[in-house]
Design a binder for this molecule. Structure first.
Ligand SMILES: Cc1ncc(COP(=O)(O)O)c(C=O)c1O
Length: 390
């Protein structure tokens, strides 16, 4: 049977994030600090706005124009402009089925067999699978926990070859929750300009930093504008993971190619979700809508204080953004898959093995703190109890 399958598909695997969720189905009452799903409802102003539109108009239930609903593209262009990046809604923006589709269509548009794409290790596993699916070669650049998971210029320079096609930058990072500093971005921009590779920014958490008002961003480098690609998401910023909507920003020539893949595979992003995204950007939160960022900031403090009480079992770098952290476990030599499975079976808490994020993640597990405060607290009560048996 395997011989009948394409090499491309045999070359990739389902991410451990989703594998752990599937495995956990056999553990009754397991609590999830695994997948990164915010527990809040999509805000009321978005839900109610969509219901109103559904009743009023039939366009919301039909295919949209292939690149997306024009008003939404215009709103996104305005937003990018306010962040210092001029964008033409018709030439630079396509609405996609989440950031995931934006990444997929752009990676498959620029990567040929044997092309190298630099990723950071630890990093988001789907980046690697998408590069492999495009028959490219992911080139991991190790980040070091002892340096707070910061970029090491020498390691980055060493990874560049004549085959380097792109680098994928995800800051704040999934899985570490850390943010690249301005000087790290200066390095990336300088080398991208010098060697002419693309900078693909996965912007999924760009709205979410806890300490700084604005996160250093690749948008502010006019010198690499022809090489800059953004893959953005509405999933986390507006608690809309299930709506599956995001967008791709790319230079005109790249967008035109990516649009061919978009057309061939999805036609258009779900129209109802595009309108939800438009309301998200242009509407006003209702008094009952929680402040997602403030809520996650509270949860960050809770998970960090629970981890601080478990110093004999875990050490970690405090996350600055997103809602993940990598916890280094002590007391055992088990690899991270075995450790995560043991914790799932014995403590009934779901995490993600660190090795899923690259070789630098071995010896760690990833916790997500998008879950409710009650779930985080109960999960850590269980881990504390379990820790006594280790
Ligand atoms: C770094 C990163 N990129 C992309 C995605 C997927 O985003 P979307 O839901 O917009 O497809 C996720 C989801 O967890 C993520 O963590």
């Amino acid at each position: 049977m395997k011989n009948n399958l394409s090499k491309r598909v045999q070359n990739i695997k389902v991410s451990a994030i989703r594998q752990m969720s599937l495995l956990a189905q056999s553990v009754q009452g397991a609590l999830s600090l695994g997948q990164g799903i915010p527990d809040m409802k999509t805000p009321a102003y978005i839900r109610e706005g969509v219901i109103e539109l559904l009743n009023e108009s039939d366009k919301i239930g039909k295919y949209s124009l292939q690149p997306g609903v024009p008003e939404l593209k215009r709103s996104i262009a305005n937003r990018l402009f306010s962040l210092g990046l001029p964008a033409d809604p018709d030439k630079n923006i396509c609405i996609t089925t989440g950031a995931m589709e934006a990444l997929a269509i752009v990676i498959s548009s620029i990567v040929d067999e044997g092309d190298e794409v630099i990723v950071f290790d630890p990093g988001y596993p789907s980046h690697v699978e998408q590069i492999l699916f495009a028959e490219g070669v992911p080139v991991p650049v190790p980040l070091d926990a002892k340096q707070g998971w910061k970029l090491n210029r020498k390691e980055f320079c060493d990874a560049i070859t004549e085959k380097t096609k792109a680098v994928i930058v995800c800051s704040p990072s999934n899985p570490t929750g850390t943010i690249f500093e301005r000087e790290d971005l200066d390095t990336i921009a300088e080398l991208a300009r010098q060697y002419g590779f693309f900078v693909i920014c996965d912007q999924t958490y760009e709205f979410l930093s806890y300490e700084e008002k604005t996160i250093p961003s690749m948008l502010g480098y006019p010198a690499i504008r022809n090489n800059l690609i953004l893959c953005s998401s509405f999933s986390k910023e507006f608690a809309m993971t299930g709506w599956r909507v995001g967008y791709l920003y790319a230079p005109e020539a790249i967008l035109a190619e990516a649009m061919k893949v978009h057309d061939a595979f999805v036609i258009c992003a779900p129209t109802i979700s595009q309108y939800a995204a438009l309301i998200a950007l242009t509407g006003k939160p209702k008094p009952e809508d929680v402040d997602i960022k403030a809520e996650l900031a509270k949860k960050r403090e809770i998970i960090c204080s629970r981890l601080d009480k478990l110093r004999d079992l875990f050490s970690y770098v405090k996350p600055q953004g997103a809602y993940y952290l990598l916890a280094k476990y002590k007391k055992t030599n088990l690899n991270s898959w075995k450790f995560a499975l043991k914790m799932l079976k014995e403590a009934r808490v779901i995490s993600v093995p660190g090795s899923a994020f690259g070789s630098q993640g071995e010896g760690y597990i990833r916790f997500s703190y998008g879950a409710s405060i009650k779930t985080i607290d109960e999960a850590f009560d269980r881990i504390e109890e379990w820790n006594k048996s280790l």
